[in-house]
Design a protein around this ligand. Structure first.
Ligand SMILES: [Zn+2]
Length: 232
């Protein structure tokens, strides 16, 4: 699917690499972010931030505001699945300092959504992250019913109800394992929380979560959340 190595310089000539965030052309070899974005206030969460999800914590390198919101839109809805690789680089940085884990897994989309989109955005992030962390990528969950998207529900309670019973763990993959669970966006944590609970019920030893972006302001802030204000 990807171009051979020799074709890379040629492709670059006609299709210059674009900044992950603002999409302006970047010239440096292997660069994914333009100098302006690199130095100009991307919406990073503070180093070491841990966001609360029911039953655990989640790391996320960015807040879900522009230009991250637009990047996620390109990634999820416009077929730009190759963005998973540079996005996962930021997630790997955010995952530094987490306790060790035996495997990386992800919050799966439903079979119907997978057919529509052609790829599972959390799985691709998890795969790229697993590669960077030298940790196996293992499926641990399946979606048992096609719950409507969480974006249609505005309260933590409604979101919890919407995903309640929507996931089932694969016990053989999970028993006694320390799991790093990946999703694309952390909002209320209802989805990740439902998955964390499933994994513990199936015998996981520990579960920590990683997302690319932290969205919303639904309360339940951790101490680390407030450290954001100090850090900025
Ligand atoms: Zn840029």
């Amino acid at each position: 699917m990807s171009a051979p190595t020799w074709a890379e310089p040629l492709l670059r000539l006609f299709y210059p690499a674009r900044c992950l965030f603002c999409q302006k052309p970047v010239t440096g070899k292997g660069e994914t972010v333009c100098p302006l974005c690199r130095t100009g206030g991307l919406p990073f969460t503070p180093t070491g931030a841990r966001f609360a999800v029911p039953g655990g914590v989640c790391v996320a390198p960015f807040y879900y505001v522009e230009p991250v919101r637009e990047l996620m839109h390109r990634y999820k809805f416009r077929g730009r699945y190759k963005l998973a690789e540079p996005m996962a680089a930021y997630m790997a940085d955010a995952a530094e300092g987490l306790p060790g884990f035996d495997l990386v897994s992800w919050v799966p989309v439903s079979a119907k959504r997978l057919r529509q989109r052609g790829y599972d955005q959390a799985q691709l992030l998890a795969r790229a992250l697993a590669g960077r962390l030298w940790t196996p990528l293992v499926p641990t969950l399946r979606k048992t019913r096609d719950a409507p998207p969480q974006t249609g529900f505005n309260t933590p309670e409604a979101r919890r109800t919407n995903v309640s019973g929507a996931f089932a763990a694969l016990p053989k993959a999970v028993a006694d394992k320390r799991i790093l669970l990946v999703d694309d966006i952390l909002t209320t944590g209802a989805t990740l929380g439902a998955c964390v609970e499933c994994l513990y019920q199936a015998g996981a030893r520990s579960v920590v979560c990683a997302a690319f972006a932290r969205a919303g302001d639904f309360g339940s802030k951790t101490n680390e959340d407030s450290a954001v204000r100090r850090g900025k």
